[in-house]
Design a protein around this ligand. Structure first.
Ligand code: TA6
Length: 321
């Protein structure tokens, strides 16, 4: 089919024959999401991969895929009695052929709606009925949007609460030259110090050793600067007040079977999350959590390095979430 345009949305087989959906847009932009875990594993602009997936990732249930954007629901980390990061990333999702009307009209053609509902088995582990609808959209300019809509469908009037994160692994050239901006002066819980509460003193988050921090009540817009690539990831979020920053560094990297010893140099997790204040849903209530990622050229003030300050024009030009 020489010259025929590839479809904007294609369902096909991925690693180990797992079902995945490929989204395509102009300028060689694409995204991939596996039905296993509702898990985005690729996001490309101009054919260049922007997410990190470990070369040792195990694409085999029930192990979560190491990298991309794992969905942590109904529990972030061990903030509760369920398995680490809950079970949504370990479940088989379906394509939602009849989604309810979407709150915001999208001009994109490249999107897919997935749905996860509990099985009888699942209800034994977490006795709550819910409908979790995930829309993954690749915008015409290559932006990636994830919208989660979680509805409490309990019939006997039971309220439930959950914590949540889009556990996003960004690909970076060299972790020692990465800065995360937007978290300065905020309080965080340090996972490496019994989750004690501290206040960020730096004018950006930089990486010289393992970092595992849960920043609280963070801005709707964060920036991850990759100095070598002169590229900034702009992360916009809505309904997700917290943000987790994680790099395992060398020791933890070696301890993870599905992660290369040196791979910590080329990834950073910045995770839009709702952790400090769990989301509570009464029957028939619905929560929406949105994440929008874009990759923009970094730019620096005048001729000298102004501690990686973003050119406000460049970042503010793009629409707000
Ligand atoms: O988000 C950071 C974190 O909670 C770290 O503590 C580390 O456990 C990471 O998630 C990865 O967790 P996983 O269960 O995917 O190995």
């Amino acid at each position: 089919m020489e010259g025929e345009k590839a479809p904007a949305v294609e369902v096909c087989k991925g690693v180990n024959g797992l079902d995945k959906v490929v989204l395509r847009e102009a300028r060689d932009c694409s995204a991939e999401v596996y039905l296993y875990g509702g898990h985005v594993t690729s996001w490309k602009n101009d054919g260049e991969e922007l997410l990190f997936v470990s070369n040792k990732a195990i694409f085999k249930p029930p192990k979560a895929i190491r990298g991309g954007i794992p969905i942590c629901f109904p529990q972030f980390s061990n903030f509760g009695s369920l398995e680490q990061h809950g079970f949504a990333r370990n479940k088989q999702w379906s394509i939602d052929t009849d989604p309810p009307p979407f709150p915001t009209v999208t001009s994109s053609r490249a999107f897919v709606d997935l749905i996860l509902k509990p099985s009888e088995e699942d209800l034994k582990i977490w006795p709550n009925s819910y409908e979790f609808r995930l829309r993954v959209t690749l915008g015409p300019g290559g932006d990636l949007m994830l919208t989660s809509r979680i509805r409490n469908t309990n019939t006997e009037g039971k309220t439930f609460s959950f914590t949540f994160a889009y556990h996003t692994y960004f690909f970076v050239s060299d972790i020692s030259e990465v800065r995360v901006e937007g978290l300065e002066t905020l309080d965080y819980l340090d996972n490496l110090q019994e989750r004690k509460r501290f206040t960020e003193q730096g004018d950006a988050v930089v990486f010289e050793s393992e970092v595992d921090k849960i920043y609280l009540s963070t801005p709707a817009k964060l920036a991850i600067l990759d100095h070598e690539k002169k590229r900034t990831f702009v992360l916009r979020k809505d309904g997700l007040p917290d943000a987790v920053v994680w790099n395992p560094w060398d020791k933890k990297a070696k301890a993870m079977a599905d992660f290369g010893d040196d791979e910590y140099k080329h990834m950073v997790c910045v995770e839009a999350a709702a952790i400090e204040k769990p989301i509570e849903l009464k029957p028939n209530e619905e929560w929406t959590g949105r994440l929008e990622l874009s990759a923009v050229p970094s730019s620096y003030f005048s001729g000298h390095y102004f501690s990686g300050q973003l050119d406000p024009e460049k970042v503010l030009q793009s629409s707000s979430i």
